[in-house]
Structures are given as C-alpha cells and as structure tokens.
Design a protein around this ligand. Structure first.
Ligand code: ZN
Ligand code: ZN
Ligand code: ZN
Ligand code: ZN
Length: 250
C-alpha cells in the first residue's frame, strides 16, 4: 500500500478523466460513421468510443443491457439504449433481427440484470412457426425469467438470478437488499422514476429456486412432470449419515 500511496494523485486524475471525454475533442463526431452527434458512450463495452445513436443501437443489437451515457456539453448524463431507440426481437434465435410479424409491448419491459434495472423495448414474435410459443417461453429462451405467466411486463435475467443465489449462499444477502443495491446502481439519485419491482424480483427468485430444485432432482425426465414428485424425491441424501450396508460396520 505504501508503494501505491505514492501514485494516489494519478489514480485520482485517471478516475476524473473517465468522467470526461478523454482524448476526444468537441465538436464530437461518431467514431464509427464519422457523422456529427457522436455524444454517446457505453460504460459496459471494453474501451468504448463516442458514437452516434444509430451506431450505438447497431453495435448493441445483441447487448441490450449495456449502460449508455450521453455527453451534455460538460458532463455525462445517464441515457439508455431504449431512449436511443433500440428494440430487441425475440423468437428468431437472435439470428434474424427483422421478424416479419413482430408484436410490440405498449410500454418498454423492465428487465432486472446484474448490471442494473433496464427499460427495454421487446418485440415478441407472432410468426406462424412460433405461434404456439407463448411470450413467457420466448423470454425464457432469451434467458429472461418472466415475472408473470400472462403478458409479462417484468423479467429477470438468469445471470441476475444466479448471482443472487451465490450472494445469498455466501453472505446471506436477502432479496430486498439485493434489489435495492441494483436499484441504486441504476439510479442512485432517484431521478429516473424507476418503478419498484421488488415483489416481482422476489417472486422470480422463489420460482427459479423451485424449478432448479426440480431440475436437479431429474423431475424434467419424468413424463408425469413435477406434480408426480413423491415425498422425499427432492431431498439430497446426506453422505455423512449412517446408511445400513454402505457406511455402517456389519
Ligand atoms: Zn455513427
Ligand atoms: Zn456496450
Ligand atoms: Zn458474444
Ligand atoms: Zn417472427
């Protein structure tokens, strides 16, 4: 630490530098297309350059939960891919972005991820091939856990669910504190008018745990399904307990 302490000023300088536009000079032009209006940066991409809104959306078609900031002549303010017009398309395995029969949600969906809470315009697929695939299933196939089975408006990424399970196992973190930490990560000044989704997240975690338990107990391979689970089938056998014929002296 003593060696590091000599360099404290340069660490501080670099942190402050990251709050500004670095080596870019105004007027700002887009790094990708060269057009004026290169005022957006992504703080989740590696070594991001300043881009215009349309290049930013193009680069993030498959990275919809990245956090975007907008240079407002003097400082960076929070923006989002949704504000820049990004829409994500479900139901085509992420291959064909232009679904011929998309159905949009009226309002953007709320997606809770480890990176924070996002508002995302989600287009569901209405194509004949996926006609029988309900919206909740289209979300699950994109690794998003829907908060309701019917017309879901909120979903939690599997990444966020797995992160919570590890955090709670290691540090006994509860869902309320997990949710608040994500909310503050997204909007510490509470200026974005974020809707409270604690109940929805809590329900998703509850359901995810239950389904994981069923998965680990091989309930997915029983044609009768989870309802046919017999008493004790979810239980994990304790390897330390004495079992006649196995770890008990004859
Ligand atoms: Zn551009
Ligand atoms: Zn990015
Ligand atoms: Zn990738
Ligand atoms: Zn489609």
């Amino acid at each position: 630490v003593l060696e590091w302490a000599k360099h404290r000023d340069s660490f501080l300088d670099e942190l402050i530098r990251l709050d500004g536009i670095g080596f870019h000079q105004e007027p700002l032009s887009c790094h990708d297309c060269g057009e004026p209006g290169g005022i957006y940066r992504c703080i989740d991409c590696f070594e991001t350059q300043l881009c215009c809104s349309s290049c930013m959306c193009k680069e993030h078609a498959r990275l919809p939960f990245h956090r975007i900031e907008k240079w407002d002549s003097g400082y960076f303010q929070k923006s989002s891919l949704q504000l820049l017009g990004l829409q994500i398309q479900l139901g085509h395995g992420h291959t064909d972005i232009t679904c011929p029969n998309p159905s949009t949600t009226h309002e953007p969906m709320t997606i809770v991820d480890v990176s924070g809470i996002h508002r995302v315009h989600v287009n569901f697929c209405n194509c004949p091939v996926s006609n029988s695939v309900p919206r909740r299933t289209q979300l699950l196939r994109a690794r998003l856990w829907p908060a309701t089975v019917d017309r879901p408006q909120t979903a939690v990424t599997l990444n966020a669910l797995d992160a919570f399970l590890q955090l709670t196992l290691q540090s006994k973190l509860n869902v309320y504190d997990f949710y608040l930490a994500l909310a503050h990560l997204t909007d510490n000044w509470e200026t974005l008018d974020l809707k409270n989704r604690y109940k929805e997240v809590s329900r998703c975690i509850h359901e995810y745990r239950h389904i994981l338990m069923a998965k680990r107990s091989a309930r997915g391979h029983d044609p009768e399904g989870i309802n046919a689970t017999k008493p004790g089938e979810f239980a994990v056998e304790c390897p330390a307990c004495p079992q006649p014929g196995r770890n008990l002296p004859d």
